[in-house]
Design a binder for this molecule. Structure first.
Ligand SMILES: Cc1cc2nc3c(=O)[nH]c(=O)nc-3n(C[C@H](O)[C@H](O)[C@H](O)COP(=O)(O)OP(=O)(O)OC[C@H]3O[C@@H](n4cnc5c(N)ncnc54)[C@H](O)[C@@H]3O)c2cc1C
Length: 809
């Protein structure tokens, strides 16, 4: 090992080694993997090795497909064994909702060109005769799934990385990290010290401890998972081919062949955490004592399903720990607030199947500055500090494990660990019937149950119970006025003598030159991908107020922070937790506001896209932004959060005689789709440019340079091949909710990025990226919802108030 390395990767499990493989593939060969034991001696060596393409996210499914493609080719490429067995997989469905979940998955797979298929009992038994299927309705068959030998794969990847120049240092424990003044790190180990430009924390369940060495708390906690291997099963011996991996999610276990026996793994409802306060450094190549009592309930269910399993003895039990995150997805990316420090850890029982692809996208992120596909769903910035502390972290991790095989419904909100962040209206809104949702730690209203209606979501893939109540909220906002608590917005103040020129370079839109003006703008990466979607208000020549979505509070803050000049000419302050926000929207919103303020709120006195500080009732210093994501006359009222309740009561008092209602985020979703407003994370993100997303009007090509301009100019010159179109879908019984395939004849031509019932326009609306030649209004297409083909027509967007008169009323 040299005294310097460009990249020092802490951890020689599948994650760290796959990263070394991919970094060296991209030409970065000055890479060292530091492993305190042997390679794979953490969680990797004892994994069951299952590799599936099944995932609820489109991009993560692609990542899994990348992993499996790599594992498929690795043995041929290297001549080294990987144990890859492409035996296919079967997921059994015993309930109609499970069948719906699989139908939705088949649709998503179609978009990606993956061969998912629904099969009946006969086909299930043909592939796996060992099963008793009395209560089974059908199954999902994925022929390209299988399993690997995790240690062999890791060692093969390590061998290639070594051959390309990486160095792999075993028995070398990183003991301390110190940032170097000019960037990079001094890395201390129990053997030697080295200097690295970049440190990658790929330390699996030790990642939290290795995070602390750099002063960060990462939300990763170890949980134990068990599987067992049986004695020989005679029924296996006479089969013409190996059985596929079978998962029975309704009974919460998986099974595959292992030698002459079976390997059976349960996900018990009451899992066990282990060593929550820190994993011993010398826990190497070790297992935990078996705990069959914890899993005997699930094993009994497994024996009913696979009678041969009940008839044989248990040869061995593996009880091993792995690092879990609060949502069961790994942490990837540059850690905010720490320079030159990247994380790739917390794979939560999926490290083997994620490892190959995750290493690829992490390597691109490090080498090119961004991954070639949006990694938001695993981006470390999706969590704030709220997620890294117990009991929340532990409760969520246990919950994720216990529900590993539960049905994942659209719009589902899990109650565990809540409430966490509440604003002063929380109890009051619940008293008024609010059904709350969770976003970035915050409780926020989704919809309001009228008196006599239970304030709870029914979970379904079809028509949800709240639809009619959300419809009523939408109509009230369009016809009268509504109030929505949006305190969870991310909010920052950017100030300093260079603040304006700094933001000008980051923003694709032209910044206002007068105080009190608002602009909606995207911030782009150098490739023109949409990194942030924000509202900026010019408070003064050196002072800007920036508002982003709740979910992207840390993401957007980190993006801006990363570009801050070193000379201190600009400062960035996160004021999210200090500012309350109430949105007042609807044609009568002006009357409500006028009744509470002496300030001029007429259109002439307070035009659209302007901001002023006003008094509202007894609440002073309310920064009112005349802007509306609902597409109506309206204001966002930003104010000191301790006056939130006070301001709300004023609005109720003045508004109720005018028909004011509470509305929630579900209504907002429907209203914004009627206006075809884009949502970051669904319709827009780094995978799309504003030209493709139909946001050209927000690009000020003439203003001079900004990040992404060159790429956009090139794209404008060359032309785009896909664009975000608005479709009206003929469906009443099942709503699309994202990822459904869009079909031209039998050809898949796109997918739905977001969809909802447009309650006021009376249509089901879907946004979808389509080839430009199919995006002309009037084009007849189809959307496949839960396996059924529904007619869809491209329409001119927005469907509601296309001239924008209502906003400017
Ligand atoms: C029983 C069980 C079954 C599983 N089955 C599957 C499966 O079927 N399919 C699947 O996809 N996943 C499965 N998993 C999950 C999978 O094993 C893990 O997610 C994966 O191995 C994690 O890889 P990693 O590289 O992040 O962590 P690890 O493999 O734990 O690697 C981290 C490495 O970092 C090293 N390290 C830590 N701190 C330091 C330090 N300070 N200095 C130097 N080195 C350090 C450790 O020694 C360790 O080797 C299973 C897990 C368990 C527990």
């Amino acid at each position: 090992m040299g005294a310097r390395a460009r990249v020092a990767i802490v951890g020689g499990g599948i994650g760290g080694v796959s990263l070394a493989y991919h970094l060296t593939e991209l030409g970065w060969t000055d890479v060292v993997v530091l492993e305190k034991g042997e390679l794979t001696s953490g969680s990797t060596w004892h994994a069951a090795g299952l590799c599936t393409h099944f995932n609820a996210s489109r991009n993560l499914t692609r990542l899994l497909a990348d992993s499996i493609a790599l594992y498929r080719s690795l043995e041929t490429e290297t001549g080294l064994p990987t144990g890859f067995r492409e035996v296919g997989s079967i997921r059994l469905a015993s309930t109609p909702d499970r069948m719906d979940e699989f139908r939705h998955a088949v649709g998503r797979a179609k978009v990606l060109g993956l061969p998912f298929e629904l099969i009946g009992r006969e086909e299930i038994l043909e592939r796996c005769p060992l099963l008793a299927l009395d209560d089974v309705l059908g199954a999902l068959w994925i022929p390209t799934d299988g399993y690997v030998d995790p240690s062999s794969v890791t060692n093969a990847l390590a061998q290639v990385a070594r051959d390309r120049g990486a160095s792999i240092e075993r028995h070398t424990r990183v003991t301390a990290l110190s940032p170097r003044p000019g960037g990079g790190w001094d890395v201390e180990t129990d053997r030697v010290a080295l200097e690295a430009e970049i440190v990658v924390n790929a330390a699996g369940m030790w990642a939290r401890q290795v995070g602390r060495m750099a002063g960060v708390e990462l939300p990763i906690v170890p949980l134990a998972h068990q599987f067992l291997v049986t004695d020989a099963v005679s029924a296996l011996a006479n089969l013409p081919r190996e059985i596929p991996v079978v998962r029975d999610p309704d009974r919460s276990f998986y099974v595959r062949a292992e030698g002459e026996g079976l390997l059976v793994g349960p996900f018990e409802p009451d899992p066990a955490a282990w060593s929550v306060d820190g994993v011993p450094w010398d826990f190497e190549q070790r297992l935990l004592p078996e705990d069959l009592a914890r899993i005997e309930g699930v094993l009994a269910l497994a024996a009913d399903r696979v009678p041969a399993f009940g008839d044989v003895g248990i040869r061995s039990v593996v009880n091993g720990p792995d690092g879990y995150t609060p949502d069961g997805r790994c942490l990837m990316g540059w850690v905010p607030g720490v320079r030159d420090y990247f994380v790739l850890a917390g794979f939560s029982i999926f490290g083997i199947v994620f490892g190959g692809g995750a290493g690829r996208y992490a390597a691109e992120w490090i080498v090119d500055g961004h991954p070639s596909m949006d990694m938001w769903e695993v981006d470390v910035r999706r969590f704030g500090s709220y997620a890294a502390a117990n009991p929340y972290l532990l409760a969520k991790a246990l919950d994720v494990y216990g529900h590993e095989y539960a049905i994942h419904y659209p719009h589902q909100e899990r109650p565990t660990g809540r409430p966490l962040k509440t604003d002063p209206l929380y109890d009051r809104l619940r008293e008024r019937g609010a059904v709350m949702g969770f976003r970035f730690g915050w409780e926020r209203p989704l919809w309001f149950a009228p008196p006599g209606v239970a304030p709870a979501d029914d979970l379904t893939f079809r028509t949800p119970n709240w639809l009619e109540h959300v419809a009523a909220e939408c109509r009230a906002v369009r016809e009268r006025v509504g109030v929505l608590d949006q305190t969870s917005f991310g909010k920052y103040v950017v100030r300093g003598p260079d603040a304006t020129s700094f933001l000008d370079r980051l923003c694709a839109n032209a910044l206002p030159t007068r105080d009190g003006r608002i602009v909606v703008t995207q911030m782009l990466d150098e490739h023109g991908g949409i990194e942030c979607d924000l509202t900026l208000t010019r408070l003064g020549p050196e002072r800007w107020y920036v508002v982003s979505a709740a979910a992207t509070e840390v993401h957007d803050l980190a993006w801006i922070e990363r570009h801050l000049p070193e000379d201190g000419g600009v400062t960035l302050e996160n004021v999210t937790d200090r500012a309350g926000v109430l949105t007042l929207a609807g044609p009568r919103s002006r009357e409500v506001l006028a009744a509470l303020t002496d300030d001029d709120v007429s259109d002439a006195g307070f035009p659209y896209m302007t901001a002023r500080r006003i008094r509202v009732g007894s609440v002073p210093d309310v920064l009112a932004l005349r802007i509306s994501y609902e597409g109506e006359l309206g204001w966002e009222l930003h104010h000191a959060v301790e006056r939130l309740r006070n301001l709300y009561e004023h609005l109720l008092e003045a508004g109720e005689p005018l028909g004011l209602v509470d509305f929630g985020y579900r209504a907002l979703d429907s209203l914004r789709l009627e206006k075809a407003y884009r949502l970051w994370g669904a319709d827009i993100g780094p995978d799309f440019t504003p030209l493709e997303a139909g946001l050209e009007r927000f690009i000020a090509f003439d203003k001079g340079d900004f990040i992404g301009r060159e790429a956009l100019l090139r794209q404008r010159e060359e032309g785009i091949s896909r664009t975000l179109a608005c479709l009206v879908v003929e469906t009443t019984d099942a709503l699309p909710h994202g990822d459904e395939p869009v079909l031209d004849g039998d050809r898949v031509v796109g997918y739905v990025s977001a969809a909802d019932r447009g309650h006021v326009v009376g249509a089901t609306i879907a946004l979808a990226y389509l080839p430009v030649e199919l995006a002309e209004p009037g084009t007849g297409l189809a959307v496949e919802i839960l396996g059924d083909r529904r007619a869809a027509t491209v329409v001119r967007a927005p469907l509601y108030d296309p001239s924008g008169e209502r906003l400017r009323a």
